[in-house]
Write a new protein. Structure first.
Length: 209
């Protein structure tokens, strides 16, 4: 029991630090997920009464995102692989997004993790609904999800993982993906922004009463 309580706390703190480091290093943080290699491109913290949920957003598409780095040029952001002159312009289609939700108990003023059961917040995090849109500047283009899968991984401290299949044909790598999350039929929700641009931190905070 104590191991499961301590692990999410270290996991959250370390992952937040890695996200900040990746944002200044020119490329996203690469991680292994149950669905393949992912590039962590966004995150969000939601507080609901005495509960907290940390959302993470990895993009997944084989090894496409591995060693991919954004370089600022006079003509805008250009994406290349390490030690390669070839430029990459668009996302692979479809794009798989592993939206991860890590719940824990916290007070209304602090986010210090407290003891929880494996199914903590299942009533809130089960069967959410999602909307997605591609954003470029002030232009937002809503798209229909191709598929959605829900998985529960309490042993690994992740909690819930929602695999979203997003249509992304001809979408430039400089566009942002906005994910609208609605929990328990709109009782609580938030918008998460995910972007490969290394100049952005991609952190969203939301409090639901």
């Amino acid at each position: 029991m104590s191991l499961r309580v301590r692990f999410p706390a270290r996991f959250v703190i370390a992952a937040m630090c890695l996200l900040s480091t990746a944002a200044t290093a020119g490329g996203p943080q690469i991680e292994k997920t149950p669905f393949g290699t992912g590039a962590r491109v966004g995150s969000g913290l939601m507080k609901y009464h005495h509960a907290c949920v940390w959302f993470r957003v990895p993009f997944i598409s084989g090894d496409f995102f591995k060693d991919l780095q954004g370089q600022e040029t006079p003509n805008g952001m250009v994406f290349r692989k390490k030690k390669s002159k070839a430029a990459y312009a668009s996302f692979p289609d479809p794009l798989f997004v592993d939206l991860q939700a890590i719940p824990w108990k916290c007070s209304t003023s602090e986010v210090i993790p407290q003891m929880t059961s494996p199914d903590y917040l299942s009533g809130l995090l089960e069967a959410p609904s999602f909307g997605v849109a591609w954003k470029r500047g002030d232009e937002t283009r809503h798209v229909e999800l191709v598929a959605t899968e829900e998985h529960h991984y309490p042993v690994y401290g992740i909690g819930w993982s929602y695999l979203l299949t997003v249509p992304s044909a001809s979408v430039p790598l400089t566009d942002s993906l906005v994910i609208e999350v609605s929990l328990r039929h709109g009782l609580c929700g938030m918008n998460l922004a995910a972007n490969l641009d290394p100049r952005e931190s991609h952190m969203t905070v939301k409090t639901c009463d």
